[in-house]
Design a binder for this molecule. Structure first.
Ligand code: DON
Length: 665
């Protein structure tokens, strides 16, 4: 059954609103003030071009004098048609406001999508769908658009559908259901809201058409119980008092997947947000929804109190308040403000976005960027020759189908091209670095799982760096067969992922990566002494100070005077610096045959990093005084030592040059 458009909102005799704004526009960027809920405060912008823009827009639209305040609920006629406020709240928790953004009014129909969300949460999609459809009625908000036969209202945004939703809110008794609805709307707004009892009473005592709708729904058994109870709840939810900023936060909470950006409190479960926004998009402004989508392009909801909330999913919410309404019951300035914001700020949701920033922010191979482990020459050579067989892709941004698809394409090309060239040149590993990845949705997680399986089948291993299983990849284990999940490599640092790939490369090249030698190296076999005459070594050996360190011991402290060179004869050490945010970064790992501490000796500076023993370590140290003596007494040996030192430093400098070029490119 369908009735035509009915109840006019504005009686002909209602006074035309004055055009002068009621107050000087004021703008302010502010944090949400709401003591009872926990807040994750964000810093307000001290000044912003957005304020200037909003001021101009407000001033321009304040001149609009069209429309009338709603009068079919007597109490609503008290609204001042000059009031006009605009607020924008972002999912990052910032809010911008102008004009009468703190003026309070009743939420009216803007409560409908929120109570629809509560019904979905309380009863599930199937039960809700039996009570209401999701088709736009193309008719006025108070139309009686019921499905022929079943009596099911067309959608939850018209009154019939909304009253049916109020009847589905769970709670033990009238009071509990009232509390449930008020708490839900408050959670969206991020502060405790209240009910305007005068408006509630006013609508309760005059809402005969809604009462008729309620009883019609009872007749069709869409409402199972006393329809007056559902109507009471519906009238109360419409009378919840909000301001313009609350509306912006309600929008931002929906934009943020159901969680308030500042309080962190979940107003509705994420899984229902898509359904809520869908009916807002198709039915939110009733018989104006098509034109609204064309001109504004944002899911929205209007209320006869004069409010409009609009949502740009994932980004922001807009709240506008101006009680003078057009014939369809939408705020005149509200519609115009949303249209201007959409156009001026490029917010139209259906305007194809520009391709987002590339997901791959850097792509290089192990030939260019290596782990911080220094390696003996034989290993160096293998890595230089085969480094191209490990590809590193540093990813950034949100990973979802559209952003991840090009990465999958790239990897498949790399794997295939490498295999086609020569099996000996085939790809050994792909490192995916997640440091700058902000989110991974389920689709991308599934694609990643499938990619790993496909790579593994082609003997290409995949290492994931700077991400933890539980983190961004929360659903990864659930998506993966447990054996494959167990075989997956996660590395807390990119450096460690690179080192693991180096080991794999060396293993495939038939070179067992240098294990810490059990035996101590003789001085003659140390890299620094390479090429030294036997008699020089006999002269040098007693001048060196021998020391022994247990695993974990510090050989060098940051800040110590740099007065000696360390010749590592057994074991392994790591040079590490503490990071400001906690944790540490490894600058190098060295093994027997290598030297460290040479730069400080030459420059005379202080130690800039700690050196820690990774294993049991035997060292020989050559201090500055001894070095000076060598210069005088054994100039040839000194030159040889310096040449060997310089060769090591030169190799490092070369590696850094290649690395910088690769990272810049
Ligand atoms: O059902 C009613 O009449 C009101 N309490 C709510 C209507 C409303 O806000 C329509 N939206 N523009």
């Amino acid at each position: 059954m369908r009735s035509g458009r009915n109840t006019r909102l504005v009686p002909k005799e209602a006074a035309a609103p004055e055009t002068e704004p009621s107050s000087r526009p004021r703008t302010k960027v502010a944090r949400l003030r709401r003591p009872p809920l926990p807040t994750r405060a964000t810093v307000p912008s001290p000044f912003s071009p957005i304020d200037d823009y909003l001021r101009q827009l407000h001033q321009q639209l304040s001149a609009l004098g069209d429309g009338r305040v709603a009068s079919y609920i007597p109490e609503l006629t008290k609204a001042d048609p000059r009031h006009f406020g605009i607020a924008i709240a972002t999912v990052d928790g910032r809010v911008y406001e102008v004009g009468d953004a703190r003026e309070r009014f009743t939420i009216q129909s803007i409560s409908k999508p929120l109570v629809y969300g509560a019904a979905l949460e309380d009863r599930g999609v199937e039960r809700v769908r039996r009570a209401v459809g999701v088709e736009p009625s193309g008719e006025a908000f108070n139309s009686i658009s019921l499905e022929p036969g079943t009596g099911r209202p067309m959608n939850p945004m018209i009154n019939a559908g909304a009253i049916a939703m109020s009847s589905l809110v769970a709670g033990d008794g009238r009071e509990a259901r009232r509390a449930r609805v008020l708490a839900a709307i408050s959670a969206y707004a991020g502060r405790e809201l209240d009910v305007d009892e005068a408006v509630f009473e006013s609508e309760r005592s005059t809402g005969h058409r809604n009462r008729a709708i309620g009883h019609l729904l009872r007749n069709y058994e869409i409402i199972g119980d006393d329809p007056d109870e559902a109507l009471d709840l519906y009238f109360r939810q419409c009378a919840v008092r909000v301001d313009c900023r609350d509306l912006a936060w309600i929008g931002a909470t929906l934009a943020n997947g159901g969680t308030h950006p500042v309080t962190g409190r979940q107003a509705v479960r994420r899984e229902f947000v898509g359904s809520i926004l869908s009916v807002m998009a198709t039915c939110g402004v009733y018989d104006f929804s098509g034109e609204w989508t064309d001109r504004v392009g944002l899911p929205a909801k209007s209320g006869v109190g004069g409010g409009i909330v609009a949502v740009l999913p994932g980004q922001l919410g807009i709240g506008v308040y101006s009680p003078a309404l057009d014939e369809r019951g939408n705020s005149v300035r509200g519609v115009r403000a949303c249209e201007a914001l959409s156009q001026d700020l490029g917010l139209h949701g259906l305007q194809p976005p520009r391709a987002s920033a590339a997901t791959v922010r850097a792509s290089y191979t192990l030939a260019a960027v290596r782990s911080k482990r220094r390696r003996p020459l034989a290993e160096e050579r293998v890595l230089a020759e085969h480094g191209e067989r490990v590809r590193v892709l540093e990813l950034q941004g949100d990973l979802r189908f559209t952003t991840f698809e090009p990465v999958l394409h790239l990897i498949s090309l790399l794997v295939q091209q490498a295999q086609q060239v020569q099996p000996a040149q085939s790809l050994v590993a792909v490192v995916l670095d997640f440091r700058r990845v902000t989110q991974v949705d389920r689709a991308a997680t599934r694609l990643l799982v499938a990619l790993i399986a496909q790579c593994t089948a082609r003997e290409v291993s995949v290492a994931l760096t700077r991400v933890r299983r539980g983190d961004l990849l929360a659903s990864l284990d659930a998506e993966m067969d447990p054996r494959a999940a167990a075989a997956l490599h996660f590395h807390p640092q990119l450096d460690l992922g690179l080192e693991a790939c180096e080991r794999e490369l060396l293993r495939r090249a038939g070179l067992a990566p240098g294990l810490a030698a059990a035996q101590e190296l003789p001085l003659a076999a140390h890299g620094l002494c390479h090429g030294a005459a036997a008699e020089d070594l006999v002269f040098l050996e007693p001048l060196l100070v021998r020391s022994h360190f247990e695993p974990g011991a510090l050989l060098v402290h940051r800040g110590d005077p740099g007065d000696s060179i360390y010749l590592l004869l057994r074991g392994q050490v790591s040079v590490v610096v503490d990071l400001p945010g906690g944790g540490f970064k490894r600058l190098a790992t060295l093994s027997a045959g290598m030297a460290f501490g040479e730069l400080a000796l030459i420059t005379g500076g202080r130690r800039t990093a700690d050196v820690r023993a990774d294993t049991t370590v035997e060292c020989a140290t050559l201090d500055a005084g001894t070095f000076a003596r060598l210069e005088r007494e054994r100039p040839a040996l000194t030159i040889l030592l310096l040449r060997n030192l310089l060769q090591g430093v030169g190799r490092m400098a070369l590696q850094l040059t290649v690395e910088v070029a690769a990272l810049e490119g």
